[in-house]
Ligand binder design. Sequence first.
Ligand SMILES: [Cu+2]
Length: 352
Amino acid sequence: MTTLLILTVLVLVAIAIWQMTKIFELSQINAVDSQVANDEDNRINGYLLFGFLIFIYGITIFSFWKYTKFLLPEAASAHGAEYDYLMLVSFVIIFIVQTITQALLHYFGYKYKGKKGNKALFYADNDRLEFIWTIIPVVVLAGLILWGLYTWTNIMDINDDDDPLIVELYAQQFNWTARYAGEDNVLGGANVRMIDIDKANILGIDESDLNASDDIIVKELHLPVGRKVNFKMRSQDVLHSAYMPHFRAQMNCVPGMTTQFSFTPITTTADMRLNPDVVDKVRRTNAIRAEKAAEGQENSDPWEFDYILLCNKICGKSHYNMQMKIIVEEEEEYNKWIAQQKTFSQSMATVQ
Ligand SMILES: [Cu+2]
């Protein structure tokens, strides 16, 4: 009942405002009562167009100056440089074309603004002009698309050459688990139907599969630098996306199927921490954290850079925090670390 009353009042108020506007309009007897733009209106709009042009150029320069520092540092994977170069070239082309076309668009809008007595020139077509503005975009876009396809095919050529490390990334709401294929470098079979919480078999690994017994399940991803890694992604529940921004890698994790991505890390975590962009980002972040700490706020401990695996599909309420640390290290350090981890059969044994 209250809702109905409120709605009625709102409707009545709206009608009252509408009627008052009508009365106000009727009282303006001397005003020029025309919906047709006159020369003065056109002139003002012409200047506004120029104002808008300055605004978009201004905001572009401002964004470059203010936000460039938020871009990712240099790629830490072998294919990353090629990917970044393709993106840079695409952006440079878009930037140049848009800067020129915006200027032309706004300038002509101003130059040919309406003027009393002016008549539009009837100009049917110009074959040469149309040819030029068709062929140039066709050539440029075809070039970019072909180059993109070539790069994509290169990056997505997942094979077992060069003895890659086999690692499974297992996604579930809202965390990641990694499984190394162990000594034999072959992952044991797995299926969500075989998940057995009582035995701590959280990934649904086939206990009868001999390849599974030496698999190693961890919550932190360690990768030896310079060795190719073939990732096999699975999801337990909904669509997730394994996103490793520093390695320019991303692949959806789809329930019921295994997806893949492969890359070779080329920079260790220790070396990346010395990268000037990273050093600067850490300094800026820690300045903010120091301020928070002074105010006694939470989450204000000094931060140290680490590579990270994130989820890049909005998969639920804690999606934002679905992440896993990645450590790229020298082979000896990696070997030492992996030797300390429990195998699947050992972890099962401790539970039983
Ligand atoms: Cu997710």
